[in-house]
Design a protein around this ligand. Structure first.
Ligand SMILES: Cc1ncc(COP(=O)(O)O)c(C=O)c1O
Length: 496
């Protein structure tokens, strides 16, 4: 296609076909050459912008021109998260089956807001959610819904909790009411910050997220939780929810779910489990026990886009209290009455779920398609063997740490996360903090490997996370060699 689009309509069919073939080659070339690329680009802020036109083109441009700019302006500014030596954050991975699903979803461009607006998108979502529920080990009493992220999932869970605990926030709001006490939400000092954003949006207030201290293994301290709840009640506040984490962001610690669930049941407090990353461990028979107690949660989020090989974005919220969620969010405008299954005011009819009734979004992508492709193309066996391999690679980090002088694990490996620290003799803790952060920055700047630093027990640690289907022990070796080399190099100059 060398001529621009006309003033009306789309590409002619034959040109579209040719362009799609070309793009298929582009995608395949990218995947094939990924490993040879620098992981982080050598660009400074504004460099990509400088290559782009500040105003949109007044007239149509030809596709080859646009694709050339993709290669020459956009690609040089991309961080290659899919690179097999990218061990930062939680591995987010694309893969062949997922790509095919994304292409099909883009072509269809349906909105899964009600069953009628796309029966297949709705029913596939329901089926895929039941597969994932079963895979991680949740009982069938949990209903699922797909959102974009775990941040949005916890917002919905707390909105449902708030409506259950107070009367008519949906209708009357919060402002100006004297009948509403201060609401409190509890989470460990290791819990993800997304919970605080939810508290901000819901009018709970960031200051009313009570951070509970964690124990030596970074799990929520039960005695501290019980004491905080009792103290707040004595002061007339209303304990609304506990957010327990199964797989914390830094070290994949798991809070004591059975004890927290028992406390929440006794105190009539909503329990939300953040298993955004750690839920995947439930797919392993040997990992399931780590999640014991999750079945007593009121809601639980698991992100297949973190460790179930579905690319961004795909987050699944499960709840035993689906009606509570629906009471908050079901709102059918007149123009959608004909499209809604529940327009007669009744409940959903079997498979004819209107997912728009369970969240703030109306238009909803056909996300289930890519997940369906991945889960079928990998199969349960393919999923579990990859998760198991990622756990093995994290243990392999611990072995390397054990063999290297001046390195120590910061905490035992949990799931596929390894946190460690370099602390040569004669260097103060504070200086070692700066040194560890500098080592991570230097490895990342090399472009050959990528890891992140975090804080554990008040000290800076290096962290590797595994979750990419392309990562092998050879990639770990590459990153590890860089970590050791940079440690020696920077350690020699990082005196007190
Ligand atoms: C434990 C945990 N929960 C929630 C989140 C937020 O996830 P999302 O990006 O899907 O909002 C993260 C992000 O890494 C996380 O580590």
């Amino acid at each position: 296609m060398t001529t621009p689009l006309g003033p009306l309509g789309d590409l002619p069919a034959d040109e579209m076909r040719a362009a799609l073939h070309r793009m298929a080659d582009w995608v395949a070339d990218y995947r094939e050459t990924l490993e040879g690329r620098r992981i982080v680009p050598e660009v400074s802020p504004g460099e990509v912008t400088a290559g782009l036109s500040p105003t949109m083109p007044a007239v149509a441009e030809a596709l080859p021109v646009i694709l050339r700019d993709l290669d020459h302006i956009v690609m040089p500014g991309v961080v290659h998260w899919g690179h097999p030596a990218f061990l930062g954050y939680f591995g987010s991975t694309s893969n062949g089956p997922a790509l095919l699903g994304e292409i099909a979803a883009a072509a269809l461009n349906v909105s899964a807001m009600t069953w009628r607006t796309s029966p297949a998108a709705t029913e596939l979502e329901t089926v895929v959610l039941s597969w994932i529920r079963e895979l991680v080990g949740l009982p069938a009493s949990f209903m699922g819904i797909v959102y974009d992220t775990a941040s949005v999932a916890v917002l919905h869970a707390l909105a449902a909790a708030r409506e259950e605990a107070l009367s008519q926030v949906r209708g009357r709001g919060l402002a100006g009411r004297t009948d509403i006490p201060v609401l409190r939400v509890y989470a460990s000092d290791q819990a993800h910050s997304s919970l605080e954003k939810a508290a901000i949006v819901l009018g709970i207030g960031q200051d009313n997220v009570v951070r509970i201290s964690s124990d030596a293994r970074h799990r929520m301290d039960m005695a501290a939780l019980a004491a905080a709840i009792a103290r707040d009640r004595a002061e007339g506040m209303l304990p609304l929810a506990v957010v327990a984490t199964a797989g914390t962001t830094t070290s994949a610690a798991v809070d004591p779910l059975p004890a927290i669930a028992a406390l929440c049941a006794r105190e009539s407090i909503w329990l939300h489990v953040d298993a955004a990353y750690g839920g995947a461990i439930g797919a392993l028979p040997e990992g399931r026990a780590l999640l014991d107690g999750m079945e007593r949660a009121d809601s639980l989020v698991v992100n297949p886009h973190k460790w179930l090989f579905v690319p961004l974005d795909f987050s699944a919220l499960y709840t035993r209290r689906a009606e509570a969620l629906r009471r908050v969010f079901s709102l059918v405008p007149e123009y959608l009455r004909g499209a809604a299954s529940s327009d007669a005011g009744g409940t959903d009819r079997g498979a004819a779920i209107d997912y728009m009734d369970y969240g703030i979004q109306l238009g909803r992508r056909f996300r289930a398609l890519k997940a369906w492709m991945v889960l079928r193309a990998f199969g349960r066996e393919g999923i579990t063997s990859r998760i198991r391999e990622h756990c093995r690679l994290a243990q392999a980090v611990a072995e390397r740490v054990g063999r290297e002088p001046d390195f120590a694990m910061a905490t035992p490996v949990s799931m596929s996360i390894a946190c460690f620290r370099y602390e040569p003799a004669g260097v103060s803790h504070e200086s070692a903090d700066r040194l560890n952060a500098a080592i991570v920055a230097a490895v990342n700047a090399s472009g050959a490997g990528y890891l992140t630093h975090s804080t554990l027990d008040g000290r800076t640690v290096m962290r590797m996370g595994f979750g990419n289907v392309l990562t092998t022990e050879a990639h770990l070796d590459t990153v590890w060699r860089h970590v050791v080399a940079e440690s020696r190099r920077l350690g020699a100059t990082h005196g007190d």
